[in-house]
Every structure is written in C-alpha cells, then in structure tokens.
Unconditional design. Sequence first.
Length: 298
Amino acid sequence: MDDTTPEPVGPLAGARGGRLRYGRGAPGIERLAVSFSSGGFAPHRHDVYAVGVTLAGVQGFGYRGGRHHCLPGQAHVLHPDEEHDGAAGTEEGFGYRIVHIDPALVQRALGGVPLPFVADPVVPAERVPRALLRWLGTMDDPLDGLAGAELAASLADLLLAWSGRSAQARPRGGPLPLAALERARGLIADDPAAAHSAEELERACGLDRWTVARRFREAFGTSPTRFRAMRRLDRARRLIASGVPLSAAAVEAGFADQSHLTRVFKGAYGLTPGRWAAALERAPAPERGRGRPPAAPR
C-alpha cells in the first residue's frame, strides 16, 4: 500500500448511521468517502457513472434485479439511471471511496463511440488498477481542468476495458504528435507553479485535452499533472533548502497549502518535507533545469 492508496474511512463500528465526506472535484466529477456502521442508502438512481472501491467491511447493494457484495479491494460500477441501494453486508459496517462522473465526459473522452456497459457490477481486486486507487486516495487534492481531463480519460478507458470491449473501439491516435506534446511539456516546465488550464494547453499545442491526457504519457512516461507535480516539488525542494518556511514554500511552488505539499512530497520521496529538510546537509538541492533533461556528463 503506497501513500496514495485510500485508507479505510470511518467510523465503521460503535455508532449508528453513516458518514459522507466530499473531496475535491471538478465540473462533472465528484469524489467522496462513505462509511456506514448500520443502515445505508434507500433505493435511488442518479444520472452519472459511479466507480468505487470498498476499503473496509462488506458492501451489499441491490442492482439490476440482483443482490451483490463488494469486498475490500474490489471495485463496483453503477451505470447512469440504474436504481440501486446500499447497506452493510455484515454487522461490522462498511466503507468505500467513490467517484461520480458525468457520462458526457466519458463520451468526450472516448471520441463519440457508444458508452460502455459493465455487465458485472463487482470488479475483482486484481482488475482494479493502481491509478484508480491514486485518484481516490488523493481526493482532497485540487482537481483542475487538466487533472479532470486525465481522470475522465482514465475512467473512460477503464470502463471500456471492464466492459470487455476492445480498446480499438476508441479512435486510434496514430503517430505521436511529438512537437505538439513538447510544446505542452515546455509550457508546464517553464512555470510549474502556474495552474495552467486545459484550455491553455489546448491553445499552446493544438491538441484537444483528451489527446494530451492520453498521449503525454506515451511520449514522456508520465501524465501532465504528475509531470507538473514533480516540477513543483523541484521548486519546493530548492526553496526549503534555502531556508524558506514550509508553508511559504508550498504556496510559492504552486501547492494549495502545506498539507497538500506534504502529501505529494511524501508520495514522491518517502519522507515529509520537514524530515527531508532535517536530513539535508547544508549544500543546496540540485538544480533540475525547470524539468528539462539534464546535460550529459563530459
């Protein structure tokens, strides 16, 4: 379990009723943590996809004429406008994290093919990718337009895979538009603290946000938001090493606050910023050239 894997939410026992905690969302995207020690949701339906992962206990729910149970580590998928309920499958209660996404975003991410349908609403743990756990585990981190596009594209691809449809059902991208992706990368690297919108990246590179979200990783081995986070961490390390207080370094590097910096820093380096600073020798942190590849040694 890494630092971005969701922890069980509570309380799961010792109290009646449930608890909902909403994370940071974006237009058409909602993330939340849910726990019940008793009781649950009455039958209802909503017009979004719901993709969640059970973290503790057994989640029982009625859906499409059947009764299903989702165990810790397993995912569940509910389709728009399908009635369902939810309750603890045992006396211990249950907890999960979930993302709700507008099917219009899924449609745009898939490029116009029919919406995927996942016949079995419970997905085995071995088919739950770590990327989904990261999106749910970091639900308190800001989710801007670019990150929202990445999450939508990731969920669209996941729904397609879980539905059993071939990835070729999505329009193929053809050769990498490397020059355009380099422009997007350069815009982020030159000012990682800026909250570049998806629209800015689209204008800079001439690609739509869905293409950027998918093909950036093919070109550079990581996602645009992860690349931006690492460049922000480069800046934060330089500031911390020069004696800037953690709270000020967080804001100047582009993080929402010190706790946001701490979560991302520990996920990248395995130490909190404070422990990293305490372990530093007096030499400053290395300059990384704003995210561009370092020069080859002579």
